[in-house]
Design a protein around this ligand. Structure first.
Ligand code: OAD
Length: 424
């Protein structure tokens, strides 16, 4: 346990150095929410600094997102006590819930992950209002980056460009062999997953290895999801500088239990306002953190300070930098959009996005229908050809029979030996 805490502190230190936050100094004069802030900040304060006519308009929002933003689309989160994925994995007989995303366990027993992937495969789901809110912020030139822990690709489906998103824990968007690292066709892996099969590398070099080796699992194919025991993608580390540029941090739908992602909260500038939209209060300073093994760990040295515990005694509540909004994030973003006069725009954008995805799915289905029709046509053609050939054979057989009848009548004993199965 102490070892895990040490690793976390070490990662925090590295990331602090990388994001350069050590060189930044807190502004001592005004509130992080602007000079007109009075009392503790709220959702209204967030709306106020987002207004276009605000003196220093916000244009570099950084978002940190977790599984809670996708639950409204039907994907369970991980750690909610009854509904979360980890509470519902009994059927997989795992030694511990996170094993389903553990690289060593996967190498040994890939089937549970494949079975789960069938349920989680992204094409089944649509973005939520929260995803569309991210897109709206982008359309309004206020969004710098979305750091997401989600593997469901719903940020992409909401219309955000790949450039805007950092999928810190990877995604289902690509898959590759764990040995040769070659990417496989998305349709190929999807078919395997949908058939409930474990996928092995189809490339020839790996086929030979599989044939020779007793360890077939050496060439497993795995979606580019970051498993426990694997490193985060380069893009995550390359994008850490964004935190330094952030003028508002929105943290949404995450328990902030998994590091190093969770520690990003601490790497925005000390005066950067931060808001947490979540069903529960998480990531607070002076709260108990949870270690990777699920055990209660030491007090957090960093994190949100919603109450202003760390404020110098001469500072009023308006200097509290963190806001906690408790509830479902879709309701939170609607409330925020209402304050900003964007509600209709947000709802229309979301409706339009879902409609477009339906059209795309229908087109895919139509394409599948077309393929089916072509296959049927081909089958009909083969059947017709066969009927023709059989008809021709029948004609020539009839002619043969007739000539045989003629010859049998000339030589009966010989014909007995030549015709009919019973003679064999
Ligand atoms: P968690 O399941 O740990 O946390 C989800 C958080 O969202 C919880 O605090 C919930 O209370 C909250 N929540 C759920 N539904 C919500 C809603 N509609 N509105 C607002 N809040 C809601 O998920 P993450 O923090 O994303 O790793 O988990 C982090 C990582 O742990 C995941 O990326 C995953 C997992 O192991 C991999 O997939 C590799």
């Amino acid at each position: 346990m102490r070892y895990q805490v040490r690793i976390r502190q070490f990662l925090d230190r590295i990331m602090s150095d990388m994001s350069g936050s050590k060189t930044l100094k807190a502004s001592s004069s005004s509130s992080p929410w602007g000079s007109t802030q009075s009392g503790a900040p709220t959702l209204k304060s967030v709306a106020r600094i987002l207004q276009d006519d605000y003196p220093n308009p916000i244009k570099n929002i950084v978002i940190m997102a977790g599984a809670g933003i996708s639950t409204a689309s039907g994907i369970p989160d991980f750690r909610s006590p009854k509904t979360g994925l980890y509470a519902n994995l009994k059927k997989y007989n795992l030694p511990y819930p996170e094993a389903i995303f553990d690289i060593d366990y996967f190498r040994e027993k890939p089937q549970p992950f494949y079975t789960l992937s069938k349920e989680m495969w992204p094409s089944h789901f649509k973005p939520t209002l929260t995803h569309s809110f991210f897109k709206l912020l982008d359309d309004k030139k206020k969004l710098l980056r979305v750091f997401t822990q989600n593997i469901d690709t719903l940020e992409r489906l909401a219309g955000l460009s790949e450039d805007r998103i950092v999928e810190a824990h990877g995604s289902f968007a690509q898959s590759r062999c764990i040995r040769c690292k070659k990417e496989v066709e998305q349709d190929w892996i999807r078919d395997k997953v949908m058939a409930g099969e474990v996928a092995y590398c189809p490339h020839s070099s790996c086929q030979k290895v599989q044939f020779k080796s007793s360890n077939k699992n050496a060439c497993l194919v795995k979606p580019d999801i970051v498993f426990f025991g694997e490193g985060l993608p380069d893009k995550f580390f390359q994008s850490l500088n964004d935190l330094k540029k952030a003028d508002l941090l929105i943290v949404v739908g995450t328990s902030l239990q998994v590091h190093p992602f969770a520690s990003l909260v601490n790497h925005v500038a000390p005066n950067c306002p931060r808001i947490l939209l979540n069903l529960e209060r998480v990531g607070e300073i002076a709260s108990y953190g949870q270690t990777g093994s699920g055990m209660r760990g030491l007090m957090n040295e960093n994190g949100f300070d919603f109450e202003g515990w760390t404020l110098p005694s001469d500072k009023g509540k308006e200097h509290i930098r963190d806001v906690f909004w408790e509830g479902k994030c879709d309701e939170g973003v609607i409330q925020l959009a209402k304050e900003l006069g964007w509600e209709e725009e947000l709802r229309n954008l979301h409706k339009e996005t879902c409609k477009q995805l339906n059209v795309n799915n229908d087109t895919k289905a139509e394409n599948n229908d077309e393929t089916l029709k072509e296959a049927e046509k081909e089958a009909d053609k083969v059947a017709n050809d066969l009927t023709d050939q059989i008809a021709k054979l029948n004609v020539s057989k009839k002619e043969e029979d007739q000539s045989e009848i003629k010859s049998t009548s000339q030589n009966p004993s010989e014909s007995k030996g030549k015709t009919g199965p019973s003679s064999l």
